[in-house]
Design a protein around this ligand. Structure first.
Ligand code: FE
Length: 207
């Protein structure tokens, strides 16, 4: 995408970036498949709607909020995340084998996939671009504190950083710390505070 100083163009519609190469290829492939009658456009729309609206970080946020308000659920989540996440109705592709790792005052967990881009789709939706980038994948392991600092998260020296390398077989969800001053919030309000980045481990949850 083309970088441009703010205000340089007031008529940006004439300067819209050309769709990325993969986007054009996908579009061409989609058109061809529909033309040949190999896929049903309605089925494609349903699939896209699922990933854009039904599967996403809001699912994970509900899992985290439940764990914060329900100690028994938290225990089940830490003991068997796949089953506990399934209790809330989330599961399926790319979320079959889940592990929840809990942050605390002295422990901070960070998730990466050093090999490619394995990610817990069922609770976090599709991975952000930076998660798939080579620098994040390599540097998260070599210098996790440095990576966290770039995300604006400075951890105290006495906090242990644990980096979890996701695979196709095993995907992780960070259970962030519940922020102070949220005792009076209900589960829904708590869920609204939980961000995707906090569940990857590159941020904390704040009020
Ligand atoms: Fe991967």
């Amino acid at each position: 995408m083309e970088a441009r100083a703010a205000g340089e163009h007031s008529h940006t519609h004439e300067h819209q970036a050309v769709p990325s190469d993969p986007a054009l290829r996908v579009k061409a492939l989609e058109s061809l498949l529909i033309e040949k009658g190999l896929v049903d456009p309605a089925a494609l729309d349903a699939l896209i709607d699922t990933y854009e609206n039904k599967i996403g970080p809001r699912n994970g946020a509900r899992v985290v909020a439940r764990a914060w308000v329900d100690p028994a659920y938290r225990q089940r989540l830490l003991a068997n995340a796949t089953a506990a996440i399934g209790e809330l109705g989330y599961g399926g592709t790319q979320g079959e084998h889940m592990v929840a790792v809990e942050n605390g005052p002295k422990v901070h967990n960070l998730i990466v996939c050093t090999l490619c881009s394995c990610y817990p789709w069922s609770v976090l939706g599709l991975p952000p671009v930076w998660y798939k980038s080579a620098p994040y994948r390599s540097r998260s392991v070599i210098d996790p504190r440095g990576v966290l600092r770039e995300f604006g998260l400075e951890l105290a020296e006495d906090v242990e950083v644990r980096v979890w390398d996701s695979t196709a077989e095993l995907r992780y969800l960070v259970l962030p710390e519940r922020p102070a001053g949220t005792d009076r919030l209900g589960e829904e309000e708590l869920a609204a505070l939980v961000t995707r980045d906090a569940m990857i481990g590159v941020a904390k949850v704040s009020v």
